[in-house]
Design a protein around this ligand. Sequence first.
Ligand SMILES: C[S@@+](CC[C@H](N)C(=O)[O-])C[C@H]1O[C@@H](n2cnc3c(N)ncnc32)[C@H](O)[C@@H]1O
Length: 300
Amino acid sequence: RILQDGCKNIGGRRANKSFSIMSSEIDGGDGDGDDISPVTVILPEEEADITKLSVIHDDLTSELQRQFIRSINSSLSIRQLRSQGLSFQLWPAATTLVNLLDKQRSHPETNPLTPTLTALRNSSECRTLNILEIGSGTGLVGIAAAATLGAKVTVTDLSHVISNLQFNVEANADVVAANGGCVRAASLHWGEPIDAELIGQEFDLILASDVVYHDHLYDPLIQTLRSFLLDGGNPKMVLLMAHLRRWKKDSAFLKKARKFFEVDVLHTDPPAPGSRIGVVVYRFAAKQSKKPAIVSAKRG
Ligand SMILES: C[S@@+](CC[C@H](N)C(=O)[O-])C[C@H]1O[C@@H](n2cnc3c(N)ncnc32)[C@H](O)[C@@H]1O
């Protein structure tokens, strides 16, 4: 289900939504809770690129993270609900992609994403990139992509994650629109048939961060990627996937993926303190067919 198509408002002014949390939004009630505005009340002046604050409300801790995106001189605000599970928090690979997108906008000449983005823009009919994010979680990556690339983005996840995703989409709609982008949220379950009418198929780019973790999800994830990258409407579509390897078995996913896709490493982050491995950004593209070129025989 698509909750709100923010993309209809591309370029236009949106109503100035207050970034407030109704208790009902968190506990699933139906709307009588107190209205609080944690962003306006609590957010301190910016000292670093990331500012965090926690609000305890109805026994749930909702954490608002404000991430400053230098290239657009604006902050994005993301609500995390850590106690609700892994889909409601920001994972390390997301931060890597957001930083790369930010730097790509300000310094495209040295950025590892630039060749891919330039090629996609050149082949895209309208130059506005149409992007799908899968396993979006909080949606920060998709929202940052919309803002930094001026792109039309669909952020997706399992159905129960959509209300928080939608919250974050709406909270950042003004910043995104001011930079020529738009975001909408929709549910997309890996391995299940894709409702092409609802989601669309003709994307230029798929984004994903930290989506490889449980091995029972490898096959459904690859199935969904095949549907878009191999059977979708755009043969030039690529996936940029940021991944922090945690288990040896993660390599089984890449091995399976290489059967269907060309997989290249575009970027590797230095390991975080105390870690041996950094986040890696992969580019997946449909395998070029190995059919021999037809050479016309010379007459004579
Ligand atoms: C580890 S989290 C990463 C979230 C986010 N991309 C980030 O980096 O912060 C993995 C995400 O994949 C989603 N996910 C897991 N299984 C899924 C499935 N079968 N279909 C769609 N999304 C799924 C989860 O709900 C979760 O949001």
